[in-house]
Design a protein around this ligand. Structure first.
Ligand SMILES: Cc1cc2nc3c(=O)[nH]c(=O)nc-3n(C[C@H](O)[C@H](O)[C@H](O)COP(=O)(O)OP(=O)(O)OC[C@H]3O[C@@H](n4cnc5c(N)ncnc54)[C@H](O)[C@@H]3O)c2cc1C
Length: 378
């Protein structure tokens, strides 16, 4: 691979920076989607820039999209990962013409929010064990069951849903995927509050929910193959590295500022750790860039995406742990005058626990690296 960007890619980076310079910097410092920022990006086709123009994109390459995301996070922004990076690309690969025409422009225009209904209480890492049932009835399927850990279900207009349509078939071959309107009668959402106190995910119950058969993505009982596409998209992004970099930058800025006390004011105590983490942030960035590079060559990264996901999510935890430790007692404060950086390091310390669980746990991703990457026996 090339460890540099072309002049055209560097020019794009400059253009993207100029675009962000015209916008107001987001207030928050978290990953929550910001509707007005998304609309501004959508108006220029940036939000889904690697999509074809007919669906609201710019037909850009994966490398160009990566450059855009690097600048977006540098600016302090983020985007609706579930629609732009999961549902949209899955519909693009496996959806029919009507599904593409209906859903893709709406996502590209930042007009709808999506959620992902895959995990169940008995089906997380072993996703193919899912039990939510869809039974054909005339022109509809009737859905009953429960999903869990459904991020942003309480904000979502649509859910990308995995169901069991043939309970007799081997488990991977009896699954179908549907696009379900979250306003359909029979859907109940119950909040799950995270360690941080944030309401990020939910339980979603389906009680005789009628979904038109035309909302099935791909073929009956072939939903597993669409789901693995979604999981590949989910693990491929550079966002985890960019979040780790943002956290590292914040702590580095604090340590250099001279406004901190205790251990944090004694560079001899922490300079090696800061340097080590900087090396890791840079290395993790190249792992993520390699994934985009492979995609831009028309290849499908698999164990490479798992390497990037594992390394960068664990790096996010290392940076968060270091930050809270080096800042001493004030580093544990979430608010108040003595909380450094408005309490963000303490928040991130708690929040970072989720990084190595969501989008495939570190153990599951290491299994993929070991078997598909290294050819080790199962
Ligand atoms: C922040 C966050 C957001 C999420 N958002 C969504 C969402 O929007 N939609 C959705 O569908 N899901 C979502 N999830 C769920 C996520 O996909 C699951 O939590 C994840 O797949 C793990 O499943 P589980 O929680 O059932 O754990 P389990 O699968 O029960 O695993 C428990 C432990 O056993 C280990 N383990 C399991 N199997 C193996 C194995 N074969 N080899 C080695 N170790 C193994 C795991 O690594 C883990 O440590 C989210 C999770 C988090 C943390």
């Amino acid at each position: 691979m090339e460890f540099s960007f072309t002049p055209a890619q560097e020019a794009l980076r400059t253009e993207v920076r100029s675009f962000f310079a015209t916008l107001e910097r987001p207030d928050g410092d978290d990953e929550a989607p910001n509707t007005s920022l998304e609309r501004a990006m959508a108006a220029n086709g940036w939000l889904t820039m690697a999509w074809p123009a007919e669906y609201g994109g710019r037909g850009a390459s994966q490398m160009e999209q990566l450059i855009f995301k690097e600048e977006l996070f540098e600016f302090g922004g983020s985007f609706d990962f579930l629609g732009v990076q999961l549902a949209g690309p899955t519909i693009m690969v496996h959806g029919n013409a009507e599904q593409k025409a209906t859903h893709l422009p709406a996502i590209a225009g930042a007009k709808v929010r999506w959620c992902q209904g895959f995990s169940e209480p008995g089906a997380g890492s072993d996703l193919a064990s899912l039990q939510t049932r869809a039974v054909r009835d005339g022109d509809d399927f009737v859905i009953n069951g429960q999903k869990i850990w459904t991020s942003n279900a309480h904000h979502a207009d649509w859910i990308l849903l995995l169901t069991r349509t043939d309970p007799e078939a081997p488990k991977h071959r009896g699954i179908s995927m549907f696009l379900v309107d979250m306003k359909t009668p029979g859907i109940t959402i119950r909040p799950l509050i995270q360690l941080t106190g944030v309401h990020g995910f939910n339980e979603v119950y389906f009680d005789d929910v009628r979904v038109p058969a035309k909302n099935m993505v791909g073929e009956l009982n072939r939903g597993w193959y669409a789901a693995t596409t979604t999981l590949d998209f989910e693990r491929s992004g550079i966002e985890r590295n960019l979040v780790a970099r943002r956290d590292w930058n914040r702590t580095y800025g604090l340590l250099r500022s001279g406004t901190v006390s205790g251990l944090a004011s004694r560079p001899a105590v922490w300079r090696h750790q800061v340097a080590d983490l900087f090396i890791a942030v840079e290395a993790g960035q190249w792992m993520a860039r390699r994934v985009a590079y492979l995609q831009s060559k028309g290849l499908v990264p698999n164990y490479e995406a798992s390497m990037s996901k594992t390394f960068n999510s664990e790096l996010g935890q290392r940076v968060a742990d270091f930050s809270v430790n080096v800042l001493g007692l004030p580093g544990q404060l979430r608010d108040g005058a003595h909380a450094p950086a408005n309490g963000v390091p303490a928040f991130r310390f708690l929040d970072a626990r989720r990084l190595t669980i969501g989008q495939g746990t570190s153990e599951i991703n290491r299994n993929i690296i070991a078997t598909r990457g290294l050819g080790l026996p199962r």
